[in-house]
Write a new protein. Structure first.
Ligand code: SUG
Length: 444
């Protein structure tokens, strides 16, 4: 029996709006606005605590240190004084923002994870994403590879691979473009990879560069030794990418045997989806529950604005109440409650006896959402057996006590507001770097 643990990544003290998200409309719209790092971190922490309170094993990763001043130096920018940092901001604003980025908070981009039972070697396989599509994210790969090894390295049967080579044809953004469907025990799994059209590379329109390639998906499937009969590759609809769907998890989601997607999620995928449903039924003896949402119920632009498909779906395991837990619960962004089409859609899904969704919690993640990150972007799922969960280091497993301690640290150390120009003050930049170091010292 497999249980999915969730790993969220704590927002860093330099969280800001750099406008760097490729094809990410929210990030572009909020570029250079003042951010609220303290609120951002508390919002993410509260979301993770809600998941923990519903009985899902919830872990946290701490922020890597920012700024990466050596990276700015590698680009020929001076970093020895506030004057030099100001000059760097003016000469190379993207590089400057990237050096301070807190984009590591979107844990769904950290890696692609394959459950041990899906792999020929019967080991858990993890490929940290190379994230080479954007200025600010490529540096995360090595940092998160070492964080994942620290957390999961205690397991005997786990392979953390190197990220794929950093070349354009192997662009990889991790679990945001990978989905697992499985039977009720989690022992029979199917892996679905989603990629963008590489022909885009020939066009001059880099604003909507597809971030995941077929070659990257195939390489991961090979190195994880996935069963080809249980592995599917679907192409993202180019129209969706240019409407702001920069990752598959902005337009499609899965949990257990449930697959929910927009009708414009994929290009010419009907046959493959029917084959998937048929293989799933044969292998598990149960039907794949596929819910396709039409544009008439949810126009594409409202799907992107609300981030409905980025709702988390979990199977709660409430231990402290005598009433039965709902089978599945949606954790949806507050925006889904505010936008009429998504509120109606969720009400309808939750009321219908034809699917396992029985409740919804709306969460406020306004700071992450303004950079294009919803509830599901903030977590990485890892399917493990109960005994393996017992072997993970407990220090970063979220419970009420850890939540309280982290809340106090965030309230004490994180800036309330931040603008990019504030970061030109070298002493302040060093102080913020020290915050991440202190967190690691105190909580690791
Ligand atoms: O890569 N935003 C992230 C959002 C990632 C969302 N993750 C998933 N969908 N799984 C991105 O575009 C914005 C940063 C800035 O502009 O400062 C940013 O990187």
């Amino acid at each position: 029996m497999f249980t999915e643990i969730n790993i969220d990544a704590l927002v860093g003290p330099t969280h800001h709006f750099g406008g760097l998200g490729v094809g990410n409309l929210a990030s572009q719209q909020h570029a250079y606005r003042a951010s609220r790092p303290r609120e951002a971190a508390l919002q993410g922490l509260r979301k993770a605590s809600l998941i923990a309170s519903l009985g899902v094993p919830q872990y946290l990763l701490l922020p890597p240190t920012r700024p990466r001043l050596t990276w700015l130096q590698e680009l020929g920018l001076g970093v020895d004084s506030s004057t030099q940092l100001s000059a760097a901001l003016h000469a190379a604003p993207r590089a400057f923002s990237a050096a301070f980025s807190s984009a590591f908070m979107w844990a769904a981009n950290m890696a692609t994870v394959s459950a041990a039972c899906d792999c020929r070697s019967r080991r858990l396989h993890i490929t940290p994403a190379n994230l080479i599509s954007s200025w600010h994210r490529a540096g995360e790969a090595a940092e998160r590879a070492s964080d994942l090894s620290r957390l999961l390295g205690a397991l005997d049967d786990c392979t953390v691979h190197l990220p794929l080579p950093s070349i354009l044809p192997l662009r990889d953004e991790g679990a945001a473009n990978h989905m697992r469907l499985c039977d009720a025990t989690g022992e029979v799994g199917f892996n679905v990879f989603v990629y963008g059209d590489d022909a885009k590379l020939d066009s001059s329109d880099w604003q909507f560069l597809p971030r995941q390639t077929l070659a990257a998906c195939q390489a991961i499937a090979r190195r994880h030794q996935l069963d080809p009969q249980h592995t599917f590759f679907l192409q993202q609809h180019p129209g969706a990418i240019s409407a702001g769907v920069f990752h598959n998890d902005v337009i499609c989601t899965t949990h257990g045997s449930l697959l929910i997607h927009h009708e414009l999620a994929f290009l010419d995928a009907e046959q493959a989806l029917q084959r998937l449903a048929e293989c799933f039924r044969q292998a598990t003896g149960t039907p794949l529950l596929r819910i396709q949402i039409g544009s008439s119920d949810l126009p594409l632009d409202e799907a992107v604005r609300s981030y409905f498909f980025n709702s988390q779906i979990i199977s709660p395991r409430c231990v402290r109440t005598s009433s039965p837990s709902p089978r599945m619960v949606l954790i949806s962004p507050q925006q889904c409650h505010e936008i009429a089409s998504t509120r109606r859609l969720i009400d309808r899904l939750v009321a219908s006896p034809e699917n396992p969704l029985e409740a919804v919690h709306y969460v406020s993640l306004e700071q992450s959402m303004a950079n294009g990150g919803g509830p599901a972007c903030l977590r990485l799922r890892v399917p493990l057996r109960e005994a393996e969960i017992g072997r993970l280091p407990g220090r970063l497993r979220l419970d009420l006590q850890l939540e309280e301690r982290l809340t106090a640290a965030i309230e004490r150390w994180y800036p309330e507001t931040l603008e990019l120009a504030d970061l030109c003050d070298l002493d302040y930049a060093r102080e913020l770097a020290q915050v991440s170091m202190n967190l690691r010292k105190e909580f690791h």
